[in-house]
Design a protein around this ligand. Structure first.
Ligand code: CTP
Ligand code: ZN
Length: 155
């Protein structure tokens, strides 16, 4: 406990805790943060954690990130917890759930897929067919995307 890193508690917003170590920046990328409206995003990386050895933490002040958006990060941080903070209190704590459908955040690995067309590409969409480790199937061309392919896209 003595060696645990303390980052300032926030008054209002979202704390994403128990993120797989060193994946915090990928998560911010998926969430499109920080954007113009959000101020005070704090990131702690590779800190010690009682349960998991090492973890990352992201604190986003004054924004309650919605569930559907957060679930998309399950692909790279399956053990993350979402804490909604109001007036310094944790008013809601949820585990991240891998959704059935993943949209936009990753690319289909099939060059000929309609989602990769140079002119008028459409947003990617995948059905999750296995969760641990994740395997996705492209909704458009049925190409299977394995965990390694997913990880590569966030390197
Ligand atoms: N937190 C924060 N600001 C607050 C309250 C909590 O930044 N005003 C952060 C804590 O530092 C922690 C997370 O939100 O990273 C969850 O807080 P809490 O539920 O109090 O901690 P734990 O009980 O350790 O959470 P868990 O059981 O999920 O590990
Ligand atoms: Zn495809």
């Amino acid at each position: 406990m003595k060696s645990e890193l303390k980052i300032k508690a926030i008054e209002n917003g979202t704390v994403i805790d128990h993120i797989t170590a060193n994946k915090a920046l990928h998560i911010l990328k998926i969430l499109g943060l920080p954007d113009e409206d959000v101020i005070n995003v704090t990131v702690a990386m590779n800190v010690s954690s009682r349960e998991t050895g090492r973890k990352d933490i992201v604190k986003i002040e004054n924004r309650e990130i919605d569930h559907e958006e957060l679930n998309q990060i399950a692909l790279i941080a399956p053990k993350a917890t979402i804490n909604i903070i109001r007036n310094y209190e944790v008013i809601k704590k949820d585990k991240i759930i891998l959704p059935q459908v993943i949209k936009s955040i990753i690319k289909c690995t099939n060059d000929k897929c309609i989602t990769n067309y140079e002119n008028e590409p459409i947003n990617s969409k995948f059905n999750v067919i296995e969760s641990q480790p994740p395997v996705l199937r492209c909704h458009y061309c049925e190409k299977l995307i394995k965990n390694e392919d997913i990880e590569k896209q966030f390197e």
